[in-house]
Write a protein that binds this ligand. Structure first.
Ligand SMILES: [Zn+2]
Length: 262
């Protein structure tokens, strides 16, 4: 299977300036999954030469625009221009149903054409077209946010989504071959609701994926993400890289990195 980063940026200012792209992550296996389609997802798909129409499922971990902005347009693609009812839309309660003043992220019109709508609660397992997925707990300003763990044939790919560190956070990542970690700030410069590099080191002392990928960089991470990744690798012994826009990772027996910067 293949992991394609349609953006490595995150947080309000990186998103508003588009210093890094924010189109989310694709998983291409038997089915094609789009995870957290932030602003630019549809543009980045076109630039990467990927047909949005081949999307089978869209996951939105929470109701912040850097994670959901292009969800409706992805649903339009998934439903072949709203002409058929097909595909899965799965997300946090805020994303699927709406909670207080945030969400839902799809209009009733868009939701009506999705074959399966799934509200994900932490700890819950779902199967989408034979792919088993577990929703993981987080600690984020959208309290219904979920991390995700996808059990592909080639192994488990886990994604922290946005969260701050909390005791036990590592449990959800224990099986992961590849762990994608949203780390918005470097070193110990933590802000509420998010991970910084020091938190990542703590997590990777407990779990040992084959590859850790730092992702979702705020402004202070943009120029130093590679250095932060090297530092994490040195401290933990876990192979760690910083995501790049349009980076592709092929997960087979080995994990191969193809850097495609466009
Ligand atoms: Zn975010």
């Amino acid at each position: 299977m293949e992991i394609i980063f349609l953006g490595s940026g995150g947080g309000r200012w990186t998103t508003l300036t588009q210093k890094l792209r924010t189109g989310g992550i694709r998983f291409h296996a038997e089915k094609q999954v789009h995870l957290d389609p932030g602003p630019g997802a549809i543009v980045n798909l076109a630039q990467a030469g990927i047909s949005a129409l081949r999307t089978d499922a869209v996951f939105v971990t929470h109701s912040h625009p850097d994670h959901y902005n292009d969800a409706e347009i992805l649903v339009e693609a998934m439903t072949r221009g709203m002409r058929t009812t097909r595909g899965t839309f799965a997300g946090s309660r805020s994303a699927v149903e709406g909670v207080k003043d945030i969400g839902p992220v799809l209009s009733q019109y868009h939701a009506s054409k999705v074959a399966r709508l799934v509200t994900l609660e932490p700890g819950m397992r779902v199967s989408v077209d034979g792919l088993s997925i577990k929703a993981l707990p987080t600690k984020h300003s959208d309290p219904t946010n979920v991390g995700l763990s996808f059990a592909f044939e080639e192994g488990v790919i886990a994604y922290t989504s946005d969260t701050e560190y909390f005791p036990g956070i590592e449990e959800g990542y224990a099986e992961a071959r590849v762990l994608i970690i949203n780390v918005i700030r470097p070193s110990n410069r933590r802000i509420p609701w998010h991970l910084c590099t020091e938190d990542v080191i703590k997590i990777l002392h407990e779990v040992k994926p084959e590859l850790a990928i730092l992702n979702h960089f705020g402004m202070t991470m943009i120029d130093i993400a590679d250095r932060e990744a090297e530092h994490v690798a040195k401290k933990t012994g876990v192979k760690t890289i910083a995501a790049k826009d349009f980076m592709r990772i092929v997960v087979g027996e080995d994990i191969k990195l193809l850097r495609e910067v466009q």
